[in-house]
Design a protein around this ligand. Structure first.
Ligand SMILES: Nc1ncnc2c1ncn2[C@@H]1O[C@H](COP(=O)(O)O)[C@@H](O)[C@H]1O
Length: 177
């Protein structure tokens, strides 16, 4: 797969281990000549992964809603900008443009994006998967909550139909290649 959509934190106030992982993933995307598709911001893990892709020879596409552009937080690493009206059409465009969607650690923005992709797949809008990057067990609690929903009958299909889990960069590389 060549076009890698990434959802991840816009926060600067997180442990540096998350930045190191995001950087390693960006380096690999760049070195393998793949394209990053992400939210386009110059903040947190978003900027970290974009800069690493750019500095290692990959292409960076930012999908940027008008409101975030007004705030002046658009990264200078972008090779291409796709302007969107709001967060909702941004999620659709990111899904459409990406071959696969990878969720690095993040907060409510990232969770919103993950659930948008999974919910759309669950009613047949697309067949793309979310890959949870679960290094340090970041997504353990969320995955447990999804399992509980499934056990109680709230899933029409097993949720694992819509996502994969990787715990290391090596596993992520295997999933993407
Ligand atoms: N300031 C922002 N600019 C662009 N995109 C953003 C911004 N803040 C959040 N996002 C989107 O949501 C997630 C990150 O949100 P978290 O709450 O920090 O997880 C990111 O994937 C962006 O697409």
């Amino acid at each position: 797969m060549e076009k890698i959509g990434i959802f991840c934190s816009a926060s600067e106030n997180i442990d540096k281990m998350y930045f190191e992982s995001a950087c390693r993933i960006g380096e690999w995307i760049g070195q393998t000549g793949k394209t990053l598709i992400y939210g386009g911001a110059n903040l947190g893990l978003m900027e970290c992964v974009a800069r690493a892709v750019k500095e290692n020879g990959g292409k960076v596409i930012g999908v940027v809603p008008a409101k975030l552009e007004e705030k002046g937080s658009v990264s200078t690493c972008l090779d291409e900008v796709i302007h969107t009206h709001n967060l909702s059409d941004r999620k659709d465009i990111m899904t459409e443009k990406s071959d696969i969607l990878v969720a690095l650690p993040g907060g409510v923005g990232t969770f919103d994006e993950i659930f948008h992709v999974i919910a759309a797949a669950s009613i047949g809008y697309h067949q793309k998967k979310v890959v949870f990057y679960n290094e340090y067990g970041f997504y353990d609690e969320l995955l447990k909550a999804l399992k509980t929903l499934e056990d109680k009958g709230f899933a029409r299909q097993p949720f694992s139909t819509y996502y994969e889990i990787t715990n290391t960069l090596e596993e992520l590389k295997e999933k993407i290649n």
